[in-house]
Each structure stands twice: as C-alpha cells, then as structure tokens.
Ligand binder design. Structure first.
Ligand SMILES: Cc1cc2nc3c(=O)[nH]c(=O)nc-3n(C[C@H](O)[C@H](O)[C@H](O)COP(=O)(O)OP(=O)(O)OC[C@H]3O[C@@H](n4cnc5c(N)ncnc54)[C@H](O)[C@@H]3O)c2cc1C
Length: 392
C-alpha cells in the first residue's frame, strides 16, 4: 500500500468524523482524517459555552428532527449516552448534569477534543488539517481526494463535514455539494436552534431586550417549556431556539407567557383583589417591563373589579397563547445547527452508507437528522460516526 493509500478517508474532523475515524482505526483499518480548518473539533471547543454539552441522558429518537423520524433509531440504539459517558469516564473527565439531562464537562470542552484525538492516535488514525479539500472522485472502486497539493485514495469515503451553521468557524455546505455530486438528494437546509427576528406589530417587544421569562413556546405541533429571552432583534432563549427548529417562514410562534398560572387566575384576582390593575396583576407574575408592555397591548385600563369576566377571560386566553409572527431567523451566522441535509432516504440507517454508491458514507450534522438543544446533536454525531466507523 502506498503512503497515500488508505482503507478509508474521513472528510471533516469534527465530532462525527473524529468518532468515526477512531472507531474504524481501532478495528485495524488504515484511516486518514482530513479537515480544511487549521485545528480539529472547533465546534466542540465553542460548544456549551466552552464546557461542551456532550450528551443528554434523555436521548430518544423523538428528540431528533428528520424527514424520516425512524432513521436515527438504529444508530442511536447502538451507541447510547451511556457509551459516551463511559468513554468520558475512562479518560477521567469530570462532568455534571446541568438541567434536563444535559451533561457538561466540569472543566473545558478542550478535554473532549483531547480525548477524541487521543482515541484517534491510539487507533493509528492519520490526521491532517489546514488544506482545502478539492476534487473528490470515484473510479475503479476507489475514492480519490485532493488535499492541498496531495492526492489520497481509499476504498471508503465518509462525508463528515457538518452543516453550514456558523460559517466563521469554517462551516460549509461542502457535504451537500459532495452528496449531489454522487447523486444523493439533499433535504432543504435551514438554520435551526436559532434566534427569531420580529418586525411589524411585534417590533415593540424588541424594546424588552435582555428580559427573560419561563414560558411555553409552540411552533406547529412542537411545544417547549423553558425560558424565552427578548433580544434587540426579536426572540431567543432555550424555548425559542427549540421551536425555531420546527418553525417555517410565515408561521406564527405561540407563547404561553404564564404557563404556571392556573386557569381562571385573572378572574380569581378580580375577586380577591378587585382594586388592582391588570398591570399590577401581571407585575406580580412577570418581569416588570414585560408586564407593562403586555398590559398596554391588552388595553384594559382601570381596576380589575371594573372589568367584565368576559374581557378578563379574553385577556387570559391571549396571555396563554400570545401570537408572535417572526419575520425570519438570525440565519446560519447564528444558528447552532442546520435542519435538513443529506436525505436519509439515500442512506442505510444501519451503516450510514449511501444506497446507490457503495462505500460512500455520510455522518453527523451533514445528514438530515437534527437534535433538540441540550446535547442531542453531539449524541447524533457520536452515534452516526460510530455506526459508520464499525463498517468502513
Ligand atoms: C455555538 C455552538 C454551540 C453548540 N453547542 C452544542 C452543545 O453544547 N451540545 C450539542 O450537542 N451540540 C452543540 N452544537 C451543535 C454541534 O456542535 C454540532 O451538531 C456538531 O458539531 C456536529 O458534528 P459534525 O462532526 O457533524 O460537524 P462539525 O463538528 O461541524 O465538524 C465538521 C468538520 O468539517 C470541517 N469542514 C467543513 N467544511 C469542510 C470542507 N469543505 N473541507 C474540509 N473540511 C471541512 C470543519 O472544519 C469541521 O471540523 C453547537 C453548535 C454551535 C455552533
């Protein structure tokens, strides 16, 4: 075998590519891992505010979005959060659960990258970075990849170059170009886990920039009960990021601003404290400036005792289902992930191999599988990388 010939070339040394290469290398395969960035795992390093939310103990297929909701099941079942936790523990990395099953490093995301690099090195993976990947071709059962001014060949090629979110980190749509080159379909990529922007009538809410409240946000059939944050451009915070993955242009986002208030609470307030205003009633439950803006919008001046029950019921219903009409998102520049990607219809869910191109694989975010906020996207990267790593 010449020095430029490998059993497998993995394109993209992010979460999925590192896992895939290490698993294949550990099986005795000769693996080359290529990345155009000057260093590996850059998104891992910035993830989770620098502490990497590396998995979620509540991982389950219904927490992943895909045109085929069944596709992720096989890989996720064969490489679970417990498997990754065991790896983290073998490397002596301390971690903690923050909230909702989200596991973070106590120290730094650098530990996760170091762990993956150590696994890759132990498995004999050759890692090369800092050159552009170009000219990927397939002939006589071999893939040839041009990397800078060198060419490498291998029987198997893994696309692990992620999605186009955060281009300034080196993210590209290269995976989709390659997929199309090999005749695979791409489900329209959209920014996800991304802040939503407000305009029109909702523009007033931008004045509340910096204010957060626990809400239940809904888009389509998806509902998330977490914090929402008003920003100078619109809406953010975990509840909004979560629904953004389901939101489509033109659709409303409905927010229950008082998800903990019992039904009829405003009517009860009228009975028990008839002299207070709606503004004061809201002020007892919500941040002050938000209460003020909502009271202005609801336009029920005067004391609660002077309002009809009907009007109070209407106000309560409006607060439980406040309709925002986002005019867009903050786009790929601010999106944590991409929904859509290489169509799962073209891939084996067992091995991640393309059905029509033997020995071509796609893993990680490049594929049309997107997790919820909270460690799910890394779990998909580990699981899909592992699935391909076991067979290449
Ligand atoms: C700010 C931020 C925070 C996040 N926090 C979390 C979190 O805490 N938990 C979580 O689960 N998920 C988080 N995510 C999402 C997570 O980072 C991704 O889902 C995950 O990294 C996807 O893994 P991947 O290996 O498929 O792609 P990536 O990790 O993006 O790796 C792709 C690799 O391919 C390389 N590449 C791209 N284009 C080319 C090209 N043309 N040629 C050669 N190489 C190329 C890139 O340089 C990169 O190294 C976060 C994302 C962002 C942006």
């Amino acid at each position: 075998m010449s020095t430029n010939e490998f059993d497998a070339i993995v394109l993209g040394a992010g979460a999925a590519g590192l896992m895939c290469a290490a698993v294949a290398g550990a099986r005795g395969r000769r693996v080359l891992l290529l990345d155009h960035a000057d260093a590996v795992g850059k998104k891992i390093l910035i993830s989770g505010g620098g502490r990497c939310n590396f998995t979620n103990v509540n991982s389950a297929p219904d927490r992943f979005i895909s045109a085929n909701p069944h596709f992720s099941k096989s890989a996720l079942a064969r490489y679970t959060p417990a498997d990754f936790i065991a790896l983290v523990e073998r490397h002596g990395i301390a971690y903690h659960e923050k909230t909702l099953g989200q596991l973070f490093c106590d120290g730094s995301a650098k530990q996760i990258v170091a762990m993956l690099l150590e696994e890759a090195a132990k498995a004999g993976v050759e890692v090369r970075t800092g050159q552009p990947v170009s000219d990927v071709t397939h002939a006589d059962g071999k893939f040839t990849v041009r990397f800078g001014d060198q060419s490498f060949t291998a029987a198997a090629l893994v696309i692990a170059t992620g999605g186009p979110s955060i281009p300034k980190m080196g993210a590209t749509g290269f995976a989709y170009d390659l997929a199309r080159q090999f005749g695979l379909k791409v489900v329209e990529p959209r920014p996800a886990l991304v802040p939503l922007t407000l305009g029109g009538d909702d523009v007033l809410f931008r004045e509340l920039s910096g204010i957060a409240a626990p809400v239940e946000a809904r888009a389509g059939k998806a509902a998330f009960r977490e914090a929402a944050l008003f920003t100078h451009r619109g809406l953010s915070g975990p509840a909004i990021l979560q629904v953004s993955s389901y939101w489509r242009h033109g659709e409303p986002v409905t927010i229950d601003l008082l998800p903990d208030a019992p039904q009829g609470w405003l009517h009860d307030a009228k009975r028990t404290r008839p002299r207070i205003t709606l503004r004061a009633a809201l002020g007892a439950l919500l941040p002050d400036r938000l209460a003020e803006t909502l009271a202005e919008r609801l336009a029920l001046p005067g004391e609660l005792g002077a309002q009809t029950d009907r009007k109070l019921a209407d106000a309560e219903a409006q607060l439980a289902g406040w309709i925002f009409r986002p005019n867009g998102t903050e786009g790929f520049a601010k999106a944590e992930v991409t929904v859509g990607g290489i169509s799962t219809a073209n891939l084996s869910s067992q091995t991640m191999m393309a059905k029509t191109v033997p020995n071509l694989y796609a893993v990680g975010e490049a594929v049309d599988v997107t997790g919820w906020l909270g460690g799910y996207n890394f779990q998909w990267a580990w699981a899909s990388g592992h699935a391909a790593g076991q067979v290449i």
